[in-house]
Design a protein around this ligand. Structure first.
Ligand SMILES: Cc1cc2nc3c(=O)[nH]c(=O)nc-3n(C[C@H](O)[C@H](O)[C@H](O)COP(=O)(O)OP(=O)(O)OC[C@H]3O[C@@H](n4cnc5c(N)ncnc54)[C@H](O)[C@@H]3O)c2cc1C
Ligand SMILES: *[C@@H]1O[C@H](CO)[C@@H](O)[C@H](O)[C@H]1NC(C)=O
Ligand SMILES: *[C@@H]1O[C@H](CO)[C@@H](O)[C@H](O)[C@H]1NC(C)=O
Ligand SMILES: *[C@@H]1O[C@H](CO)[C@@H](O)[C@H](O)[C@H]1NC(C)=O
Ligand SMILES: *[C@@H]1O[C@H](CO)[C@@H](O)[C@H](O)[C@H]1NC(C)=O
Length: 588
């Protein structure tokens, strides 16, 4: 019904409906995301955990014997001590658990989860030193709000404020800049407190370490730790006085993207680029500081992070499933164009005054522009509107491939993608349905598991079928790009996103992984905070790939035989077209 209605509409009216639906829903209360931890008894024992998408890359469910909810550091210490005494595996879970890979799984069902849900208090704001100290479960949203009440801001942050401080440090999350210390939040941490297990009675089986520049090695390890050193209890961040920004999105064709990308990043403090390769279009974000007395009270409430109508999501998903199963690339390209146009017309959710968009530039305070996520803020339970990826409704379900390519190689990487588009002009419409390729700048970090070089981070989001054996339209093109990025150009996968194959040999890409492992040995010699997955990430164990029928389709492996694809649907393991070394599932 709904789809017939969509199909009968002209493109222009579809765009206005989308804009209407997007803006209308602000008024309706949204349903908050589900708790990723579910326990079968009232005392929080016999639990399972997934991520905010309700699905790990390998589609398994993680188990834990118990979930604990400390409310302060003292309780946290005693919980870690009991687990350490009993030699129980421990994993830190957060309020929403946004990471895609299985970082949060304790090794086996005897392991426990320590949730930072109630470690959510701001401890101290020092206006003179310009620092804020928060417990590790504080969300980015709460941190931004509290800091700004005191006239202070974090200069660079992820674009989604539902992350916790502990969680975003765990995976090295970032925004976009090549200026100052770069865009990763962990590079603005000046001190942290971490509770680690100790195998010995002398320490009472747990110990609080206070780390800052004075404990250089430990600090560099703890800034990005994948959660394997212990539980971060508190974090102190360096802030800046409040400032204002001026944002303008400008569309251009993508013919000179490769030669523009580096200089654009150096020239504009908060620059990023959204790229729609099949439409040959780029949207450059011109974004810079302006004097505080410049007028404007803009707000960035990014459309894809707003509460979205479940009905609309179901309609779009049905259409997507249909285009995928009939192999209708034109249908996908059509829907991609509509979505792109709707987003561009509505300035991606920017408004000049918090209500309407009247034109560029949008000028406003940093705290209102740096990050968003209004689909989280709600009370209501009817699921009329939700975050678009909420697994309780029929909505978005996708893979996310994210890696960073060194500035010196980024031009060649972009040109390789352009060659693929030349061969298959409709090949990347699927990515454009999920708002194209987001390109953000990151700088080399002192964190051992942080960025190794100044680089551009590429974010690709694309359809995932509920059926693991179901190939995608232009399956091979996206797989080839993934392998070009990760293997040909040695791209570093984001620790909190990606499919298994992206982590093949990842530890070899970090020159200080040895130093990290030394600190890990010192902090947790029993490996209580480690799992098979984190051991594989760090090169302690081999083999991130899972070989089985269809593993190539799910990104669990690089295919090496046809059964890794799906011959019964006409998909066979073949060489790449631009990068011959790639092995991809191609429709033959
Ligand atoms: C809609 C959306 C938008 C996103 N946008 C961005 C973005 O703009 N930039 C970006 O870089 N990433 C982004 N991400 C990815 C995200 O940043 C990472 O996945 C992030 O690590 C998730 O944070 P979390 O608080 O949910 O932590 P989790 O995913 O729950 O945890 C991440 C890791 O940290 C560990 N950990 C958590 N807390 C602690 C603690 N207190 N002590 C020790 N270890 C701990 C966990 O055990 C786990 O290993 C986005 C994700 C989503 C869903
Ligand atoms: C939790 O409850 C179950 C029964 O529901 C009981 O068997 C178990 O001992 C309890 N565990 C704790 C830690 O209290
Ligand atoms: C049990 O879990 C809930 C969250 O699901 C939490 O609010 C509550 O504090 C937990 N109870 C205990 C005793 O830890
Ligand atoms: C892209 O834009 C440039 C000018 O910015 C123009 O010279 C060029 O012809 C355009 N390319 C295409 C393919 O439209
Ligand atoms: C902003 O303040 C500066 C001095 O600090 C002044 O020169 C300038 O004219 C002011 N601009 C506006 C728009 O008020």
């Amino acid at each position: 019904m709904f789809l017939l209605f969509l199909k009968g509409m002209s493109q222009k009216s579809f765009v206005s409906v989308l804009v209407l639906v997007f803006s209308y829903v602000v008024i309706v209360l949204s349903t908050p995301p589900e708790d990723p931890i579910k326990c079968s008894s009232s005392n929080n024992t016999t639990c399972t955990i997934t991520n905010s998408y309700g699905m790990f890359p390998d589609r398994t469910i993680c188990q834990a014997s118990q979930a604990l909810y400390p409310t302060n550091e003292k309780e946290l210490v005693s919980m870690v001590a009991s687990a350490s005494r009993a030699k129980t595996k421990i994993k830190v879970a957060t309020r929403y658990s946004h990471s895609i890979p299985k970082l949060v799984c304790p090794e086996d069902s005897n392991g426990i989860l320590i949730s930072t849900r109630y470690l959510n208090k701001v401890v101290k704001i020092d206006v003179v030193e310009k620092t804020i100290t928060v417990e590790s479960g504080v969300t980015l949203k709460d941190l931004i709000d509290e800091a700004s009440k005191n006239g202070l801001v974090l200069p660079y942050t992820p674009y989604w404020y539902g992350l916790t401080i502990g969680g975003l440090m765990g995976t090295g999350a970032h925004g976009s800049t090549l200026w100052n210390k770069g865009s990763a939040v962990h590079d603005y941490v000046v001190e942290l407190r971490i509770v680690r297990a100790s195998g010995s009675d002398e320490d009472g089986y747990a110990k609080v370490e206070i780390l800052n520049e004075n404990n250089d090695e430990d600090f560099n390890a703890a800034k990005v730790s994948l959660g394997v050193l212990g539980v971060i209890s508190q974090v102190t961040l360096k802030l800046e006085p409040m400032f204002k920004r001026s944002i303008t999105y400008l569309a251009k064709n993508d013919s000179d993207l490769g030669s523009e990308v580096v200089s654009f990043g150096h020239e504009h403090e908060f620059a990023d680029i959204t790229w729609y390769p099949s439409q040959m279009k780029t949207i450059y974000r011109f974004d810079a500081r302006v004097p505080l007395n410049t007028s404007g009270n803009g707000l960035y409430d990014f459309l894809p992070f707003r509460p979205t109508s479940s009905l609309l999501l179901a309609g779009i998903r049905t259409q997507e499933d249909r285009d995928e199963s009939t192999g209708d690339a034109d249908g996908k390209c059509g829907l991609a164009k509509l979505t792109t146009n709707a987003l561009i017309t509505s300035a991606y959710g920017l408004t000049n005054n918090g209500i309407i968009f009247t034109g560029y530039p949008v000028i406003g305070f940093q705290n209102r522009l740096q990050s968003s996520g209004s689909c989280l803020d709600s009370l209501h339970n009817a699921k009329i509107t939700v975050c678009a990826w909420d697994s309780r409704i029929k909505g978005e379900f996708f893979h996310q491939t994210t890696f960073r390519i060194s500035l010196s190689l980024v031009k060649s990487f972009i040109e390789d993608i352009q060659k693929l588009v030349e061969l298959e002009p409709k090949g990347l419409c699927g990515i454009e349905q999920y708002n194209g390729i987001l390109m953000r700048y990151v700088k080399a970090s002192s964190a051992y598991l942080g960025s190794q070089e100044d680089a551009v981070d590429f974010d690709f989001t694309y359809y995932r079928s509920k059926d693991p054996m179901m190939p995608r339209v232009y399956e091979d093109i996206i797989e080839e790009i993934e392998q070009i990025g990760i293997f040909k150009y040695g791209g570093l996968p984001h620790w909190g996103k990606n499919r298994n194959l992206a982590f093949e040999g990842v530890y070899k890409k970090y020159k200080n992984v040895g130093k990290f492992l030394k600190v890990k040995e010192k902090y947790d010699s029993q490996g209580l905070f480690s799992s098979t997955w984190t051991d594989k990430m760090l090169g302690i164990k081999e083999g991130v790939e899972i070989l089985k029928n269809g593993c190539g389709l799910e990104g669990l492996c690089v295919c090496s035989q046809d059964s890794h694809c799906n011959p019964s649907k006409g998909y066979f393991c073949r060489h790449g077209r631009v990068y011959k070394e790639a092995r991809v599932c191609s429709h033959v």
